[in-house]
Design a protein around this ligand. Structure first.
Ligand SMILES: Nc1ncnc2c1ncn2[C@@H]1O[C@H](COP(=O)(O)OP(=O)(O)OP(=O)(O)O)[C@@H](O)[C@H]1O
Length: 271
């Protein structure tokens, strides 16, 4: 395993599998937050994570690019493989991991700097040697924001509308050309029109990227996700531990789920 994560996928890895995430147990200190969750993430697809509050959707998502490393007491049993390589392997730099597996958060969080500098941020951080201007333009085009901002690249990112800010954050995330984009409820702070825009964008982006999406919105999952993973919460041990109930093609999960728990949840019978 090398720290740059640039090796080719081993032959044993199915070509379509970008990430193989086997999260047997995830702890925050002594608290078992998630158990028994094996989530395959397939290339150029959107994998949606759905389930009730506290079932561990964000915990699982944030484990995929080591965002949880920043949380005191976080540890897990299992593995997270990116193109067959252990994301948590010895000597693997989390900063490098996040270059390949980018993230977009719930609240649009542009930096307090110009639109251009927001998008160029990761490129500069990674000492990008090419033409930064070209890459910024390409990323803004990819995030369907270029036409709206091309004449005001020096204006602060904070001066944009909420929907534009979220597309700016998506541009920032794709500027370094990651292979996977993790999106944690990216539309929850947006109005319905901006939400539709970002949903359309996600569908366009999957042509070039692989996306894992946490969403509370089941209609959103049916609109954009190719695969859906349904999580629930086990309260039988007196604690609240999230786990994967089932995952599969979105149409199957919503129209013909294998598990009664899934059926109850998607028909609104979950308490
Ligand atoms: N940093 C943390 N420290 C301790 N416990 C945490 C931390 N983050 C999450 N948890 C706990 O882990 C469990 C899963 O939380 P998580 O946020 O992953 O669930 P979720 O399904 O994404 O919830 P929601 O839909 O409400 O955002 C919860 O019990 C939560 O309180």
């Amino acid at each position: 395993m090398n720290s740059t994560m640039q090796q080719a996928a081993p032959d044993t890895q199915p070509a379509t599998l970008v990430m193989d995430c086997k999260l047997d147990k995830i702890f925050y200190g002594n608290f078992l937050a998630v158990r028994d969750s094996h989530v395959p993430i397939e290339k150029n697809k959107i994998t949606g994570f759905i389930g009730p509050s506290g079932c561990g959707k964000s915990t699982v998502l944030r484990s995929l690019n080591r965002m949880n490393d920043l949380v005191d007491g976080f540890r897990f049993d299992g593995h997270v493989l990116f193109l067959g390589q252990d994301v948590y392997g010895k000597g693997v730099d989390p900063v490098v991991v996040r270059r390949y597996i980018g993230m977009v958060f719930q609240q649009p969080n542009p930096f307090s700097m110009s639109i251009f500098d927001n998008v160029a941020f990761g490129l500069r951080l990674n000492r990008y040697k090419g033409d930064i201007g070209d890459r910024v333009k390409q990323a803004l085009q990819g995030a369907a924001l270029w036409e709206e901002v091309k004449d005001k690249l020096k204006v602060s990112g904070l001066a944009l509308s909420g929907g534009q800010q979220q597309r700016l954050c998506i541009a920032r995330a794709i500027a370094t050309q990651p292979q996977v984009l993790l999106m944690d409820e990216p539309c929850s702070a947006l109005d319905p029109i901006a939400t539709r825009r970002v949903e359309e964008l996600m569908v366009e982006l999957k042509e070039h990227y692989t996306i894992a999406l946490v969403t509370h919105n089941m209609q959103q999952a049916t609109r954009v996700a190719d695969t859906t993973a349904f999580f629930s919460v086990d309260i039988s041990g007196g604690s609240r531990t999230g786990y994967l109930v089932e995952s599969g093609p979105t149409a199957q999960i919503f129209e013909n789920p294998r598990e009664k728990l899934t059926k109850d949840y998607i028909s609104g019978q979950f308490s």
